[in-house]
Design a protein around this ligand. Structure first.
Ligand code: CO
Length: 213
């Protein structure tokens, strides 16, 4: 049996098990999704949103990219964010990074990697801000893990800089923003930062909105 055929077989087994546990599970899900959470995570195969949080299909709206970035010109991320906030009305958004992140580690190095240089450039900008603190440690892996943490906080700040979040905070006092880091050694998530609508927005990035919008 080919590797990909195992996936299809496993899917059949999973689907029938789910139907056995709850005959209406897929019928209910097919009608609508009402997730409370938007997860912005790393594409790394070892950090699957549902599995590590013990959640089922339908519970988390997910966007993943290399190194869990919130880049203000990324139409893909922004479309997911707008839909999650304005249509699904999610209550929480979590930016979830992880120690041992290859994308973050590559951003500390100088190797030319082709197209992905342009994506990693966004992480290098975070490194630049915190360089003196990160470079205190000589060990590359330790420095990468420090940057993982700084990067998560920076991406939570980037969410706050979007008009989508600022307008939702003004009009609906949601969503709450979370920065989480996942440790692959124990499989546990640690909270780094949590912000809600009362958090002041840096003046440079603050928008004003018409009252009716
Ligand atoms: Co990663």
């Amino acid at each position: 049996m080919k590797d990909y055929e195992k996936l299809l077989l496993a899917n059949k087994a999973w689907a029938s098990e789910m139907r056995e546990l709850n005959p209406n599970f897929f019928n209910n899900l097919a009608k609508a999704q009402t997730p409370k959470f938007l997860w912005i995570g790393c594409s790394d195969s070892r950090v699957p949103a549902n599995q590590i949080t013990g959640t089922d299909p339908g519970e988390i709206f997910v966007h993943r990219n290399v190194a869990n970035m919130v880049v203000h010109t990324d139409l893909n991320m922004l479309s997911v964010l707008q839909y999650a906030v304005e249509v699904l009305k999610v209550e929480h958004i979590m930016v979830v990074g992880h120690y041992g992140c290859g994308g973050v580690k590559a951003s500390l190095e100088h190797t030319h990697l082709g197209l992905i240089n342009k994506w990693l450039r966004n992480i290098k900008e975070v490194y630049r801000i915190h360089k003196s603190e990160i470079d205190l440690d000589d060990d590359l892996d330790n420095r990468a893990d420090r940057l993982v943490e700084f990067n998560i906080k920076e991406q939570v700040d980037n969410l706050m800089k979007t008009s989508i979040i600022q307008r939702a905070w003004q009009n609906h006092q949601r969503p709450m923003l979370h920065g989480w880091v996942y440790g692959m050694d124990k499989g546990e998530i640690k909270e780094l930062v949590r912000l809600d609508y009362t958090h002041p927005i840096e003046d440079v990035f603050r928008f004003t909105f018409d009252a009716e919008l």
